[in-house]
Design a protein around this ligand. Structure first.
Ligand SMILES: [Mg+2]
Length: 339
């Protein structure tokens, strides 16, 4: 049996040639990207009348992913998905992505090809060109960094929420965190037919690009995507907007599989679990119904979970009603990268 070639066997140029062979022409250029991989820089022409947005996000082995938990194709999906989610939260459409790989040289070339296949499979239906990248040597852990450029008009921001606005969230919360728990403690999901669904939510999140566009067009006053959990992210939107919120935890949408496998902690997973990559938005009351209807047209649900209130003086910016109907102040700092 011949050993599978590792990156150190083929070198940087061999790896780049292998990765390029995974990218069909249609994945390298699109209507706006006219020059992609192969030159010193990519060239793209923004659509006239739009504003450009750019975002970047890095995944580090051991911190953001584990190779014994994810396959490389799912990892390629996720490294792009988390960036597309940030583009979606701005109400923009993604245009191009660049990918930087920090590798030890021990990795198999075939695994990196799988990583790219996962990225391309998500990029193509959204017409995102893989327009360039870089490969660097590291002593480890593996680092995957993706930058995405998008465009749109109007765009959404975090700082536009007004008292009286309704607080809405897309899809359901907690499935990704539940999937992570199942990876950490496989005993919990043993025999459960829904285990794959939850693990899939964690490994292959679905960026809400079409919904972001709907929110931008129909009356959302502020939006962000949920990467650090509802109670971790909502305070960021409130702080940016200078407002407070009342959140009713009884209204937070959670799929039955999460409740069934985590009968005690399901609400905790939904409120504090991260990496849902759903959109959190504030919508004027008179625009709520139409926005929900338009969201349904792109296959998304928007659930009202609370309301924006004037910034309170001398108390927490966030009040939450628990399962028993008791309303309490939420202490700040549910998630912190350096905490
Ligand atoms: Mg974000």
């Amino acid at each position: 049996m011949t050993a599978l070639p590792r990156i150190r066997d083929v070198g940087e140029f061999g790896l780049i040639a292998a990765l390029n062979s995974v990218l069909p022409h249609s994945a390298r250029v699109n209507g706006r990207v006219t020059l992609g991989i192969g030159d010193d820089a990519a060239i793209w022409a923004p659509t006239s009348g739009t504003t450009s947005v750019i975002t970047t996000d890095t995944l580090i082995e051991g911190r953001h992913f584990r190779l014994d938990w994810t396959d490389w194709r799912s990892l390629g999906h996720k490294m792009l998905a988390v960036n597309l989610s940030d583009i979606a939260s701005m109400g923009a459409m993604p245009v191009l992505a660049t990918i930087t790989l920090g590798l030890t040289g021990d990795e198999h070339v075939a695994d990196l090809e799988e990583l790219y296949r996962g990225a391309v499979a998500l990029a193509e239906p959204h017409d995102v060109a893989i327009a360039g990248g870089d490969v660097v040597r590291t002593t480890g852990p593996i680092v995957l960094s993706v930058t995405v450029v998008g465009e749109g008009e109007p765009l959404l921001r975090r700082d536009g929420a007004q008292p009286g606005d309704r607080l809405v969230v897309s899809g359901t919360l907690g499935a990704s965190a539940a999937g992570l728990r199942l990876l950490e403690t496989p005993d919990i999901g043993q025999g459960a037919t829904t285990a794959d669904l939850l693990v899939g939510a964690h490994l292959r999140p679905n960026p809400r690009i079409a919904l972001g566009k709907v929110l931008a067009r129909y009356g959302a006053t502020a939006a962000m995507d949920l990467s650090d959990g509802l109670l971790g992210d909502l305070p960021k939107l409130l702080a940016a907007s200078g407002v407070g919120a009342r959140l009713d935890s009884r209204l937070v949408p959670v799929i039955p599989a999460v409740r069934a496998l985590f009968p005690i902690h399901w609400l905790e997973l939904a409120l504090r679990g991260g990496e849902d990559y759903e959109l959190l938005a504030t919508v004027r009351p008179d625009a709520l119904e139409e926005t929900q209807r338009e969201a349904a047209h792109v296959g998304a649900t928007l659930t009202e979970i609370g309301e924006i209130v004037a910034s309170p003086v001398g108390q927490s910016m966030l009040m939450i009603t628990d399962a028993e109907g008791v309303t309490k102040a939420v202490p700040e700092g549910a998630f912190d990268h350096f905490g």
